[in-house]
Design a protein around this ligand. Structure first.
Ligand SMILES: *[C@@H]1O[C@H](CO)[C@@H](O)[C@H](O)[C@H]1NC(C)=O
Ligand SMILES: *[C@@H]1O[C@H](CO)[C@@H](O)[C@H](O)[C@H]1NC(C)=O
Ligand SMILES: *[C@@H]1O[C@H](CO)[C@@H](O)[C@H](O)[C@H]1NC(C)=O
Length: 469
């Protein structure tokens, strides 16, 4: 309809001159030709062409192409690559014209440009064309590829970066590890790819990625082929154990949790992959304590921190070392952020579809911080019995949305949230009142049902950036 209307309008109007038609009809030659009135063109600055709601949409979405002139114009024209005839735009004002694609079809995708003209420019003179707008109407973006840089086998002590490459710039990328429901990392990229750095010691595993448009209405790609990352491994590890090289890296965990109330106690456990080492616990760069395992075969030690106060919060690491000559140490363990709650007013936690959720569905929990909270803050979703936050999120405003996608019965539990200062001294709030989520094991419902199920469950929540960088 709109197309026909535009074509009718076109017949009534003066045809655009080659100056604007140029983008696809000999534009290159014209630019190179000597004596071309470049100075003339410079006084006709190009307009901007944009697509609302997005340049990548699913079929059936109403798309408006908007051509905006930098100065009052008399007429606008829209061109599509491969089509000689311009489509005239409907003028909304003297600076803006819109072209409406009702329930866009894949065939309407393509490269668009627009230009404008003024009455006082003389016959047939048009502005420079806008930059190209690539409109893509599709249900599914092309599948991305996932590769490891420098390679899928990680040398000891080295890091690896996984590169997810799609076909379009400006997308949001998610990296998944097989066996983990939530994305491991989330990244927006201006490029066609996103790099996900992984610390080498933790990298072995199987990964896949996908990407999607950065804002609603979302269009997703399928998951990439999976990629197996392995470590160069045991031979070198064993040589390390013999005492020559650096010791393998230990891991640090907190019990009952890395988020604990003020005046409580916490146990930090440091585990080495090999026996026969001593352990040191550090907070930042300061050494807090050293420990020997109780017997030579033991690979784990516990550090007990009691009566936690505001100064107990912070970044903890542990290391292994072996006394004697040579004195060898390991790399530092993972960094554990210990948070002591009770120093900021409590937030509230809401889930509009609280209660029962079907397996495979989605729940969005919103943590609302009080107005007194001062950025930069991080909000953490906690689950009773889980020793570290389930998700971390840097809220932009007063709300942090945590999305549990593809839930399984294992996601059943009691949730609460806190927020804390993103920098030392890491003061943390009291936990919010808790909220129970029950995931039932029923078969997957279809999308319509799940939309009815949670009015609040907006598709937006699928794609929240829920990682902590
Ligand atoms: C698209 O626009 C038409 C006409 O304005 C409207 O009837 C239709 O509901 C819209 N479709 C969608 C998916 O928004
Ligand atoms: C690996 O990454 C960690 C953390 O980003 C960094 O401190 C370390 O220097 C990196 N190691 C190498 C060999 O690049
Ligand atoms: C913390 O540990 C101290 C010393 O072991 C003990 O007296 C106290 O009761 C413990 N506090 C809690 C809350 O468990």
């Amino acid at each position: 309809m709109a197309l026909a209307l535009a074509l009718q309008l076109l017949i009534l109007c003066e045809p655009p001159s080659p100056l604007c038609l140029g983008p696809w009809l000999g534009w290159e030659q014209r630019e190179k030709r000597d004596g071309d009135p470049d100075t003339l063109q410079a006084s006709y600055p190009k307009p901007w062409l944009e697509a609302q709601p997005a340049a990548v949409v699913a079929p059936g979405v109403n798309v408006t192409l908007r051509c905006r002139a930098p100065q009052p114009a008399w007429r606008f024209a829209l061109f599509r690559a491969g089509e000689a005839a311009p489509l005239l735009l409907r003028d909304v004002s003297t600076e803006l014209a819109e072209f409406f694609l009702e329930e866009a079809t894949p065939a309407q995708g393509g490269s668009y440009r627009c230009c404008y003209r003024r009455l006082d420019w003389g016959p047939g003179v048009w502005s420079q064309p806008s930059d190209v707008l690539e409109l893509l109407v599709t249900d599914l973006l092309p599948r991305p590829s996932l590769v490891a840089l420098p390679g899928p086998v990680v040398a000891p002590g080295a890091n690896v970066s996984l590169r997810c490459t799609g076909r379009l710039p400006g997308m949001s990328f998610a990296l998944y590890r097989v066996g983990v429901t939530l994305p491991l990392q989330y990244r927006h990229s201006a490029q066609r790819w996103a790099d996900f750095p992984l610390p080498g010691a933790r990298a072995p595993g199987t990964y896949s990625c996908y990407y999607h448009t950065p804002s609603a209405p979302y269009v997703l790609s399928p998951r990439s082929e999976s990629l197996v990352i392995s470590s160069e491994g045991l031979c070198l590890g064993q040589r390390d154990a013999s005492g020559d090289g650096p010791l393998p890296k230990p891991t640090l965990s907190a019990w009952p949790s890395s988020v604990v109330p003020t005046k409580s106690n916490v146990t930090l456990r440091c585990s080495s992959p090999i026996p026969g080492v001593d352990f040191v616990l550090r907070k930042g760069s300061a050494t807090l304590d050293t420990r020997l395992p109780r017997d030579a075969a033991e690979t784990t030690v516990e550090f007990h921190l009691t009566e936690l106060g505001p100064r107990s919060a912070g970044w903890y690491t542990c290391e292994c070392f072996r006394r004697g000559s040579p004195y060898v140490t390991s790399q530092a363990s993972n960094v554990l952020l210990l948070l002591v709650t009770g120093y900021l007013p409590r937030p509230s936690l809401q889930a509009h579809q609280a209660g029962v959720v079907t397996a495979g569905g989605e729940v969005t929990l919103q943590c609302q911080m009080p107005n007194t909270a001062v950025a930069p803050l991080v909000s953490a979703l906690l689950k009773a019995g889980t020793p570290s936050p389930v998700q971390l999120h840097r809220p932009v405003g007063r709300e942090a949305d945590f999305s549990l996608r593809d839930v399984t019965v294992r996601d059943t539990g009691t949730y609460s949230c806190i927020y804390y200062q993103a920098r030392p001294p890491f003061w943390a709030s009291d936990p919010s009142p808790s909220l129970d989520i029950l995931v039932t094991g029923e078969a997957l419902r279809d999308l319509e049902d799940s939309i009815v199920l949670g009015e609040f469950l907006s598709l937006f929540c699928h794609f929240l950036v829920c990682h902590f960088s």
